[in-house]
Write a protein that binds this ligand. Structure first.
Ligand code: C2E
Ligand code: MG
Ligand code: MG
Ligand code: MG
Length: 292
């Protein structure tokens, strides 16, 4: 038996593939059950301004705690949810839950921080994106400007004109749009001028390479310059070490996300840390500890 792997690469059947297929079908069934029993939670990771380490926004990241397997990474189950369209139901829950949580924080005084939600290509294709988002924020009473959507670069490449128009309508309503995992999707740089976006999130890959490889360093610098020219905010993902922080600071990148600042946290921890201190300006020390 032979199969293409979705990227058109021809593969001969191997035993390893058999076990991958078993895992796939197992997780697919388990995902269905988990959706029915609402076995998901959200974690929140702060993205901070390089200048003063104040929080710009929180990225909502879905977590699945499986009764037997323990925590299963979204990097493993999100693609399965996408291929099976289960991401539609899961994504509805994620958007609603992220907005509900942000609305509670907003009402508790967290006014300058936004919530950011990852949206996948399947959702853009099957949900009337403008009405879906507006209805959700209306329901939980969240102002549009407190919400941002993260859409991967590869997703933008596939997006139809209708989807692009829907996203532009959302922007006009005040919702921010970020291009996620930028640099991995092979879009031409000129499309940046056409896309309805406010923020560029540079993929962790570039950060990982930048201190050792001058070419990556130069690419980072160019993206940073381009961001300034096009009036887009630039975020560097995956900052783990102080020297990476220093580098992106030197390159003029405005915001960072990474374990150096904070790992994704439970809503409860965020509430305790953020709401106990100065509500709008929480300093991160660069060692993973937040100062109130
Ligand atoms: P992403 O949207 O690029 O999210 C950033 C990922 O990088 C998160 O992984 C985050 O925990 C991780 N990360 C942040 N800082 C660091 C760091 O310093 N070092 C390292 N090694 N990793 C860091 P996570 O939560 O495992 O999510 C992986 C991917 O799964 C996400 O990448 C996103 O593509 C997808 N995903 C997660 N949650 C959702 C969701 O709610 N909806 C959708 N559609 N996709 C999601
Ligand atoms: Mg993201
Ligand atoms: Mg990302
Ligand atoms: Mg990523």
């Amino acid at each position: 038996r032979a199969k293409t792997d979705g990227r058109g690469i021809f593969r001969v059947y191997s035993p390893e593939m058999g076990s991958n297929m078993r895992r796939y079908h197992y997780l697919l069934e388990e995902l269905r059950l988990a959706l029915a029993s609402q076995n998901f939670t959200l974690s929140f990771q702060p993205i901070v301004h390089v200048e003063d380490c104040s929080i710009d926004y929180f990225e909502a990241l879905v977590r699945w705690s499986h009764p037997i397997e323990g925590n299963i990474s979204p990097a493993e189950f999100i693609p399965i949810a996408e291929e099976s369209n289960l991401i539609l139901e899961l994504g509805d829950w994620i958007l609603h839950e992220a907005c509900r949580q942000m609305s509670a924080w907003y009402n508790a005084g967290m006014r300058k921080v936004r919530i950011s939600v990852n949206v996948s290509a399947v959702q853009l294709k099957h949900r009337p994106i403008f009405n879906w988002v507006m209805a959700t924020i209306d329901k939980v009473g969240l102002p549009a400007h407190a919400l941002m959507l993260e859409i991967t670069e590869s997703c933008f490449i596939e997006a139809s004109d209708v989807v692009i128009q829907e996203l532009e309508k959302l922007r006009q309503a005040g919702v921010l749009i970020a291009i996620d995992d930028f640099g991995t999707g092979f879009s031409s740089l000129s499309t940046l001028a056409e896309l309805p976006i406010d923020i560029i999130k540079i993929d962790k890959l570039f950060i990982d390479q930048a201190n050792d490889n001058p070419k990556y360093n130069k690419i980072l610098n160019s993206i940073s310059e381009l961001g300034k020219e096009l009036d887009l905010k630039v975020v560097a993902e995956g900052i783990e070490h102080a020297n990476q922080f220093e580098l992106v600071k030197k390159l003029g990148i405005q915001c960072v996300q990474g374990y150096l600042v904070s790992r994704p946290e439970t809503s409860r921890n965020v509430g305790n840390k953020v709401l106990s201190g100065n509500l709008n300006h929480i300093a991160a020390t660069g060692t993973g500890v937040w100062l109130p």
